[in-house]
Design a protein around this ligand. Structure first.
Ligand SMILES: [Zn+2]
Ligand SMILES: [Zn+2]
Length: 262
């Protein structure tokens, strides 16, 4: 039985647990090591079950607790070469951190195979991950300005997909952010809007995806109900029905017991 647990999601920190029954991995470690440890305990996840940490990119909401947590538990950490350089430069990793580059051939762990795919974002070399385990597949794509062909291909055929639904375009336009920041978020190297996210979902359902977890919602420029409603409406408009054709969750900012089993 495979499981995805959104521990933290959003601009205040991101961390996901993915498991194939026995062992599992973390994707990102964007809260303090203490907060991550508590979140794992609260969700009944043993730290001993974690085989490795995979890092999408070097922004602090993805790596804040990485060095302390990975060093304390001597866990290997996989990332792109560009992210690795940025982590050392930013002191998010040190000589004790067991950093490895995940190449195009992916990484084999005891119970899963993890592949990377590129994302377009204002960082050194951001990547998303696709996890194949026992005939089931999961992919996570957050912090991306647009959905490239490579992203779409990586997500295709996954049983469960975590995808960014960062902002409502109108809320962002009308909101308090300075113009330059608004432009950055809306750019090809920014974040995915509710609209862009929802537009991809019907095609993914047609190609076999059954479960979606919307992630990395902006606190200022989005609301869980709005993100949820936009994706639900788009799927319904394509004659796809909640529960019979798909399930839809919004990842909480902090753990609330949400777990997707598949
Ligand atoms: Zn982020
Ligand atoms: Zn980012």
């Amino acid at each position: 039985m495979a499981k995805v647990v959104p521990l933290f999601s959003g601009s205040s920190g991101n961390c996901w647990y993915v498991s194939n029954g026995g062992s599992g991995i973390l994707i990102d470690a964007g809260r303090s090591a203490k907060q991550i440890t508590c979140a794992l305990e609260d969700n009944g996840i043993s730290i001993g079950s974690i085989e490795a940490i995979f890092v999408t990119h070097e922004h602090s909401d993805h790596v804040k607790g990485l060095r302390v947590f990975a060093n304390r538990h001597k866990l290997p950490v996989y990332m792109s070469q560009g992210t690795m350089n940025a982590l050392y430069a930013g002191n998010y990793a040190d000589e004790k951190t067991r950093c490895f580059v995940i190449g195009n051939e992916g990484v084999d762990l005891s119970s899963m195979h993890v592949d990377r795919f590129p994302i377009s974002h204002d960082c050194a070399e951001g990547i998303g991950f696709r996890v194949d385990m026992g005939g089931k597949a999961y992919a996570l794509a957050t912090d991306l300005g647009y959905i490239s062909d490579e992203v779409e291909k990586a997500l295709t055929g996954c049983d469960v997909v975590t995808i960014e639904s960062n902002h409502d375009v109108n809320m962002l336009r009308m909101g308090p952010y300075p113009y330059i920041l608004k432009r950055r978020i809306m750019s090809d190297k920014g974040h995915l809007s509710n609209e862009a996210c929802s537009g991809l979902l019907p095609e993914l359902v047609r190609r076999g995806t059954k479960r979606f977890i919307l992630a990395h919602l902006s606190r200022e420029n989005n609301m869980p109900e709005i993100a949820y409603r936009e994706s639900l409406n788009e799927l319904n408009a394509n004659n796809m029905e909640l529960m019979s054709d798909f399930t839809l969750n919004v990842a909480p900012d902090a753990p609330d017991g949400t777990a997707v089993i598949f």
